[in-house]
Design a protein around this ligand. Structure first.
Ligand SMILES: [Zn+2]
Length: 365
């Protein structure tokens, strides 16, 4: 029914929607889930049209082919394209609609007003397109659960309005210090962003993602990236159950998972790797890699939200200790007259040396 959230049956298609801010580990989580029976990781499907038209930062599928030449996406891209429209014209129209009605700032009005939000037909047309796309991918790949790591909350808010599709939300949050450190480092097609700007996005995207979880608590999970990497097998068990899948299909053993070729639309460049993959249980390289000023900027912008998620370590924000100067030559004591024993200096009154702090210096690496 127009504008209403859609009832779904257990047997229908599920979309596991991961929200949150970029560099939160969604690509590796999606690729791990991609190994579970009946699951298919589409990547960041929001960028399918932009990247297939060559307008994004990369146009490759996770399989290594360009999106228009990939055996999966070449069959999906024509879905919803109006008769007579070229692929470029269709891509331009989809991108225009996405910008007009499905941005992060639109999250609340979509949750409140449904497909009537925005006062035009754009959102309804976008929802129709996404319904057709998800269904076509499920049919083409024989999947029951599609994992979408788009992360844009405005897109996520549309999903419960799609007919015949059950949506499960995972709000994936990562320590803003680690996220700022990740944004400092250029990697293949991934650009960089300052700590203050990236953390402002971290804040906005997490606020909107939290609003979605509060709106749909029965079908949602808040997940910290750090908890996922500390116990990937247990986390995937919980996610499979959330999607109504059998945990016996969990592909993770301890910290190890065997990754095969995927068909992801954009994401972290690590998506091109496959084979035996060990998930490191800790994510603390920011402690030595993130400079003090960037840590301070991250702390200020992320407060108090980061605290609420349990991220309370700053890694030390005091200035790094100065090199210790060699002790000055102490002149020989003057010869003084012997003092009475009753005024001898007490023990333990010498001024203490300032304590040196370890691990506070950004290496700039
Ligand atoms: Zn592909």
């Amino acid at each position: 029914m127009a504008g209403m959230e859609q009832p779904v049956e257990d047997s229908e298609l599920t979309v596991l929607c991961i929200t949150g801010w970029c560099r939160n580990g969604s690509t590796i989580l999606g690729n791990v889930l991609n190994e579970a029976p009946g699951f298919f990781h589409v990547g960041e499907i929001h960028f399918l049209w932009k990247n297939s038209a060559g307008l994004g930062v990369n146009n490759l599928c996770g399989c290594g082919a360009t999106l228009p030449e990939c055996p999966v996406w070449s069959e999906i891209l024509p879905v919803g394209r109006p008769a007579g429209a070229t692929p470029a014209e269709h891509a331009a129209n989809v991108i225009r609609r996405q910008r007009a009605v499905a941005r992060t700032r639109h999250t609340w009005r979509i949750m409140k007003n449904g497909l009537d939000a925005g006062g035009s037909s754009d959102l309804r047309e976008h929802a129709e397109l996404m319904t057709g796309i998800y269904r076509a991918v499920a049919e083409r790949t024989g999947s029951r659960v599609l994992v979408d790591t788009t992360k844009i909350p405005g897109e996520a808010a549309v999903l419960p309005r799609l007919p015949g599709i059950r949506t499960v939300f995972v709000h994936l949050v990562r320590d803003p210090m680690a996220v700022s450190n990740s944004w400092r480092t250029p990697k293949d097609y991934v650009y960089t962003m300052s700590a203050s700007k990236n953390t402002a996005y971290w804040r906005a995207f997490n606020i909107a993602s939290r609003a979605i979880l509060r709106r749909y608590p029965q079908q949602s999970m808040l997940l910290r990236y750090e908890d996922f990497i500390a116990d990937p097998a247990g986390t995937v068990d919980a996610l499979l159950r959330l999607c109504g899948a059998d945990p016996a299909g969990n592909p993770v053993h301890g910290q190890t998972v065997s990754l095969h070729t995927n068909h992801t639309v954009t994401g972290n460049p690590d998506r091109f790797r496959h084979g035996e993959t060990v998930i490191r249980p800790k994510d603390d390289s920011w402690r030595t890699g993130l400079p003090r000023l960037a840590r301070l900027a991250t702390l200020v912008v992320a407060w108090p939200m980061a605290w609420r998620y349990g991220y309370r370590s700053t890694g030390g924000l005091r200035r790094p200790a100065q090199p210790v100067r060699p002790p000055r030559q102490v002149p020989p004591p003057r010869q003084v007259a012997p003092q009475p024993l009753s005024v001898a200096a007490p023990h333990g009154t010498a001024p203490a040396e300032p304590a040196l702090e370890d691990g506070t210096v950004g290496s700039g690496s």
